[in-house]
Design a protein around this ligand. Structure first.
Ligand code: SF4
Ligand code: SF4
Length: 120
């Protein structure tokens, strides 16, 4: 059974996982869509697309943040599971306090800079 990273640290309440929606990119993205995503502040990390979207339930202007759904039945299960196990499909941010023994991941990249360059 895969070790759950939630047993390997603690939440530092940095808020990073509550400020981005992470989606796996499983198809080629055309140049026009790429530029569109870029203008919306999206980031790319490998095969993941990170969409800036602060959760409306995240409270605070700086760390430590809090979740106003924490401890209620309304908190999404996905939030309670984060960051899952080491081979998880979640995007685990470098700042996350549950990253013990996980190798650092490269910083997020601007989404599709090469497409933008192609258009110039
Ligand atoms: S519900 Fe709470 S834990 Fe989940 S993303 Fe929103 S603020 Fe974060
Ligand atoms: S990224 Fe990790 S440390 Fe930061 S708020 Fe989310 S679970 Fe907590």
């Amino acid at each position: 059974m895969k070790k759950n990273q939630r047993d390997e640290g603690s939440c530092l309440r940095c808020g990073r996982c509550c400020m981005w929606i992470s989606m796996v990119i499983n198809q080629e993205i055309g140049p026009d869509t790429a530029v569109y995503l870029d203008t919306h502040g999206c980031r790319r990390r490998g095969n993941k697309l990170l969409i800036p979207s602060r959760c409306q339930h995240l409270k605070g202007d700086e760390p430590p943040y809090s979740c106003d759904l924490h401890g209620t039945v309304h908190k999404p299960t996905i939030c309670d599971l984060y960051p899952g196990h080491k081979e998880t499909s979640f995007t685990v941010f470098n700042e996350c306090g549950f990253r013990k023994d996980m190798p650092p991941v490269p910083p997020d990249e601007p989404v599709f800079r090469k497409h933008r360059a192609l258009r110039r």
